[in-house]
Design a protein around this ligand. Structure first.
Ligand SMILES: [Fe+2]
Ligand SMILES: [Fe+2]
Length: 342
């Protein structure tokens, strides 16, 4: 027999905040969650729960909806406003109150439990909440890796931020035009993981990465490997963890230098074989290269940028993504001005 007690998954010190005005319910919840090994914080209404939340930033919140002083909806809104890291929120709701559940979820709750709760169901839901919180933490660590390339290559200033914002804007425009693959979640994923598009540059030697002049043919060949290196690293992470977030990160890192006509690298994919997220970041990256000063060139004028991008429609760049840019060009220049390198 293995010493299973040593590995009991419920032996955790995760903090769970309860907001509940009924004294009886509070006691039941407190006892149950404590017995599962959670560190339980208790508020008797939204306001006192919020105070505890701000002070201790628990990763999981379970809240009633109807409470005096501050109700559950306001608590959810405030938690979303004041959270430092992602918080999993479950609402406790009566079976008869479908609309209130829907309202709570649309305000930012992640899950709901019908009252009176079933202890085993509560346990299972909490475990799934913990898994989500953990994935979010892992994602955060991955994003910090993006900063590594920044430190290596200070020359490019706010390049990463601009590419993120251009990509988000393109995704938003295409989504509004009814592009099936895009929705609110995908747009925010693209925004976040676009920061990782050049992560593979960590493997490129300093002399090449920061070379002031034009790269030789051999150096350029080496520089090009950053796409495959980044894509491979993220693919491994994706195989391990398997989140949509990592899958999109991998697609972007691997394919942001593919070209619509198949002449790009590393795989020479063409058309819609290139993931949409990568076609979006490709345009964002090209526009940024054209509109910024680089060690080897100065920025092109808006008119030159427009002409060059228009000329790449359907060859280097996806035609729909190019149109999205051309029809909303002024908004890209607003972002450019906000994140201009000094
Ligand atoms: Fe790149
Ligand atoms: Fe880039």
């Amino acid at each position: 027999m293995h010493g299973t007690t040593l590995f009991r998954p419920t032996q955790t010190c995760t903090s769970v905040l309860i907001a509940e005005d009924s004294l009886l319910q509070r006691k039941v919840l407190y006892r149950h969650l404590s017995s599962l090994g959670y560190n339980v914080l208790v508020g008797e209404n939204g306001a006192s729960a919020l105070e505890l939340f701000v002070e201790q930033q628990p990763r999981i919140v379970i809240t009633d909806l109807d409470m005096p002083v501050m109700d559950g909806y306001d608590l959810i809104r405030e938690v979303r406003r004041q959270e430092i890291h992602y918080t999993h929120i479950t609402v406790l709701t009566a079976l008869t109150k479908k609309e209130s559940t829907v309202r709570a979820i649309s305000q930012g709750a992640d899950d709901y439990l019908i009252k009176p709760f079933h202890p085993e169901e509560m346990k299972a839901r909490l475990e799934s909440a913990e898994r989500l919180v953990q994935i979010q933490s892992q994602e955060k660590i991955i994003l910090l890796m993006a900063k590594l390339t920044d430190y290596r290559n200070p020359e490019t200033g706010y390049h990463i931020e601009r590419v993120q914002h251009y990509s988000k804007l393109l995704a938003r425009i295409l989504c509004d035009q009814g592009h099936q693959e895009l929705n609110q979640r995908m747009i925010s994923t693209i925004f976040t993981v676009a920061s990782l598009h050049d992560i593979g540059k960590v493997a490129i030697p300093d002399e090449i990465l920061n070379k002031p002049g034009k790269l030789t043919k051999e150096e350029f060949q080496l520089m090009k490997t950053h796409a495959e290196i980044g894509g491979t690293i993220l693919d491994e992470a994706c195989q391990e963890i398997g989140s949509d977030f990592l899958r999109t990160a991998r697609d972007i890192a691997m394919h942001h230098h593919e070209r619509y006509d198949g002449s790009g690298y590393p795989l020479g994919l063409a058309g819609e074989d290139i993931p949409l997220s990568a076609r979006i970041v490709a345009l964002a990256d090209v526009f940024d290269a054209l509109s910024s000063d680089r060690v080897y060139k100065s920025a092109f004028s808006p008119q030159q940028c427009r002409e060059i991008i228009a000329s790449k429609k359907g060859t280097h760049l996806d035609p729909d993504v190019t149109e999205a840019f051309l029809t909303h060009e002024e908004q890209f220049w607003i972002i450019q001005a906000q994140y201009r390198d000094t």
